[in-house]
Design a protein around this ligand. Structure first.
Ligand SMILES: Cc1cc2nc3c(=O)[nH]c(=O)nc-3n(C[C@H](O)[C@H](O)[C@H](O)COP(=O)(O)O)c2cc1C
Length: 353
């Protein structure tokens, strides 16, 4: 099992949904980064479920930084953040121990780890572990800001409802980073929340698309081939549970165009090199060209739903029906967006280090 990612900054995540604690170790941070505990809290709150559109499992996320920090700053040694799991209800999982939830990792984990996996609440496969990524990224986001780099994500599409495009990315990102349900257009936001409430009433779930922008990255970062920016970002994003697709700008649509339509023509604006369009999403040859890096992620509907589903009993190797208990999000997309921001921040810090 591999739980570490990154080169100059490597980060390791650990823990299970119903274990004592989850956490992250960041190795390769520069010394002297100011640690803003209020900001870490703020970011963790963006991931926390709430109201009628979230699971009833709400955690305080009372994190502790147990190494790598002194007098409010990073020291340069590995920084470890631990977050206790408090609101656990493992009994919800004992009856269905051997019943594989369709679309979840119960079956594959059982096969791969020979039944030794901690199955409670999805164990190590749970979205709960992503809290550690959010806490870890909260250390590097202020450092990126000092370098002029800002990252923000909105829910671009949920079911059939669309948000507006990024308009003024800097202003839009500042707005999104304060929003619990990150949508730029208020009408679309209301409609998306209603759609989630609707599926929740039916015991069902819903997915959608996130769109992120990384702005302020200077030209010249990244590598050709295996450590291309596209490779690093997409590798990291696909590590987030529930992410099933990643594209740079609208690559699948844009790549159907002719070269004369697709190519981003170069120009100079205020003495800086710019492109007239951004079909390459700010990346040429794996290396940043200074334009915004725009990434879309497809987030699937939450696997755990309360409608009866056909599945298997893994122990008896028999078909059966699953009637699920437990506490689950009717949608994970609004919580996943800060996880996406966090992954992008950790990779960006690594790349510019
Ligand atoms: C923030 C977050 C919260 C999640 N909450 C749930 C949940 O309540 N119930 C559930 O079945 N899956 C949830 N998931 C998704 C599962 O963890 C994920 O679908 C599962 O591990 C299988 O991985 P895969 O979808 O990448 O194949 C969540 C994911 C994230 C990122």
């Amino acid at each position: 099992m591999k739980n570490t990612f990154g080169n100059k900054l490597s980060f390791t995540i650990f823990g299970e949904s119903h274990g004592e604690e989850i956490g992250i170790v960041l190795d390769g941070l520069k010394s002297g980064i100011k640690i803003d505990e209020e900001f870490i809290d703020h970011q963790l709150a963006l991931r926390r479920p709430y109201g009628s559109i979230g699971t009833a499992r709400v955690e305080k996320d009372a994190f502790r930084i147990v190494s790598g920090a002194f007098n409010g700053h990073t020291t340069g040694s590995p920084l470890t953040i631990i977050i206790p799991n408090e609101n656990k209800k493992s009994s919800d999982y004992s009856d269905t121990r051997y019943i594989a939830r369709p679309s979840h990792a119960d079956y594959t984990a059982y096969v791969k780890y020979n039944g030794f996996e901690d199955y409670r609440g999805g164990g190590h496969f749970s979205g709960r572990i992503t809290a550690a990524l959010v806490a870890g990224a909260s250390i590097v986001i202020p450092a990126l800001k000092e370098e002029g780099i800002m990252i923000g994500t909105h829910i671009k599409k949920l079911g059939g409802i669309c948000d507006r495009e990024f308009d003024d990315p800097e202003k839009d990102i500042a707005f999104l980073n304060e929003e619990k349900f990150a949508v730029l257009d208020k009408k679309a936001q209301d409609a998306m929340i209603s759609a989630i409430e609707e599926v929740a009433k039916e015991g069902d779930s819903i997915g959608g698309h996130l769109e992120s922008a990384i702005i302020g990255m200077k030209p010249g970062f990244g590598e050709p081939f295996f450590d291309s920016l596209e490779s690093l970002y997409s590798h990291a994003l696909f590590s987030i549970p529930g992410i099933k697709g990643v594209s740079f700008s609208d690559a699948f649509e844009n790549c159907l165009k002719r070269g004369s339509e697709f190519n981003d023509e170069f120009g100079i604006k205020d003495g800086k090199v710019v492109t007239s369009s951004n079909n390459n999403s700010g990346i040429n040859g794996g290396i940043s060209n200074g334009m915004p890096i725009v990434i879309k992620c497809a987030v699937k509907p939450t696997p755990s739903i309360f409608k009866d589903q056909k599945t298997i009993d893994m122990k008896d190797n028999k078909e059966c029906t699953l009637s699920l208990k437990g506490r689950h999000d009717p949608a994970i997309i609004h919580r996943a967006r800060v996880v996406v921001d966090s992954m992008l921040a950790l990779v960006t810090y690594d790349v510019i280090s």
